[in-house]
Design a protein around this ligand. Structure first.
Ligand code: DP6
Length: 336
């Protein structure tokens, strides 16, 4: 890893990226080596949840260093960052890197910290390495760190495509609409800020290898994606909500059918699901989705935020309620 003999500190770049929530879920990989998804996905980037990452390379470092939320990270966490940085580097040796990252929300708890984390890392590391990459190239790079991170390069609605064109950018996401396209809200009920027991990577690999319905999940995804694209184009809120819930329960049903089974929910998750359905019975258009963790994310219109909040405030076990608008794309904040 160590390069030149002189102590040479390179440019330090800080970038910011926002988390995104999949409305049509990615679950399962076509290639674990290249981290290519088995299915496409469609997401909404969120303004309120973000990661800020600073990267500087130094010829004088024997190994990479990684600090997350002020704490030094070693072992697997550091290894994941180092392998990611290796993708960027051409040639036999690369300088060591100092990576400092901060999330403004719980890490590894099903709140898409790997999406914002690897998108911010892709943008800051590419720039610190002196590379000028297009959005598509940054998205393909972010994907090596985490599939969902490919979507966080973009603001608003993004789609991760699932076609292997054989090009360097295959496995990249694209923008559908930017964050000013549609003023909707995503409320997040945090029911636990503990790190999850089974990571998304492990969960989706176990599901792909053991769940009996995995093949139909893959086959049906094209229809869900096409329906979602149309629903967003028509700004049909109820349709977007219905498809979002369907994709969520299909993914979790599939994960529950893995061996051993995967259940990411807790008691409060289930109480919140019922609260959302009760609100719908009262005529409030609110729809939910859940990722690989116990948090419940709810889509609603701005005018209904108050009534949804009031209903959720009665549920014991919700630790925090966050209200997000569509968020902007990843960007460089400063270069020193
Ligand atoms: C349930 O992107 O975290 O949030 O590519 O293995 O890092 P890896 O997985 P990751 O999985 C996200 C899964 C999900 C659905 C989604 O965001 O599409």
């Amino acid at each position: 890893m160590k390069g030149a003999t002189t102590d040479k500190m390179h440019t330090s770049v800080t970038a910011e990226a926002h988390a995104n929530i999949a409305l049509i879920k990615y679950w399962g990989k076509r290639s674990t080596d290249l981290n290519l998804p088995a299915v496409g996905s469609i997401s909404l980037t969120l303004d309120d949840l973000k990661t800020e990452t600073t990267v500087s390379f130094s010829d004088d470092l024997d190994s990479d260093r990684f600090e997350l939320n002020g704490q030094q990270v070693d072992g697997d966490g550091l290894e994941r960052i180092s392998s990611f940085l290796d993708y960027l580097h051409e040639g036999p040796e690369r300088p060591g890197a100092i990576v400092k990252s901060n999330n403004n929300f719980p890490t590894g708890a099903g709140l898409a910290s790997s999406a914002s984390g690897f998108a911010a890392l892709a943008v800051s590391a590419a720039s610190a390495a002196g590379k000028e990459l297009s959005k598509k190239e940054l998205s393909a790079l972010a994907r090596y760190g985490s599939g969902s991170a490919a979507r966080s390069i973009y603001g608003g609605f993004a789609e991760m495509e699932c076609q292997d064109t054989g090009s360097a950018n295959s496995g990249a996401a694209k923008s559908l609409y930017d964050h000013n396209y549609w003023d909707i809200r995503l409320l997040i009920a945090v029911t636990s800020s503990q790190k999850k027991d089974v990571s998304s990577t492990e969960g989706m690999n176990r599901t792909a290898n053991t769940a009996p319905y995995f093949k139909s999940w893959v086959q049906e995804q094209a229809q869900d994606l096409s329906d979602m694209r149309s629903a967003i184009a028509e700004k049909d809120f109820e349709k977007v909500g219905e498809l979002t819930e369907h994709s969520c329960f299909k993914m979790h049903g599939l994960a529950m059918a893995a061996r051993p089974p995967l259940l990411y929910w807790n008691d409060t998750t289930i109480k919140t699901i019922h609260a959302v359905w009760d609100l719908r019975k009262q005529g409030i258009p609110v729809y939910l989705t859940i990722d690989a963790g116990p948090q419940v994310k709810m889509l609603c219109k701005p005018a209904d935020v108050k009534v949804v909040r009031q209903a959720l405030e009665t549920i014991n076990g919700i630790e925090q309620l966050r209200c997000c608008k569509p968020g902007p794309p990843a960007k460089i904040k400063s270069t020193n």
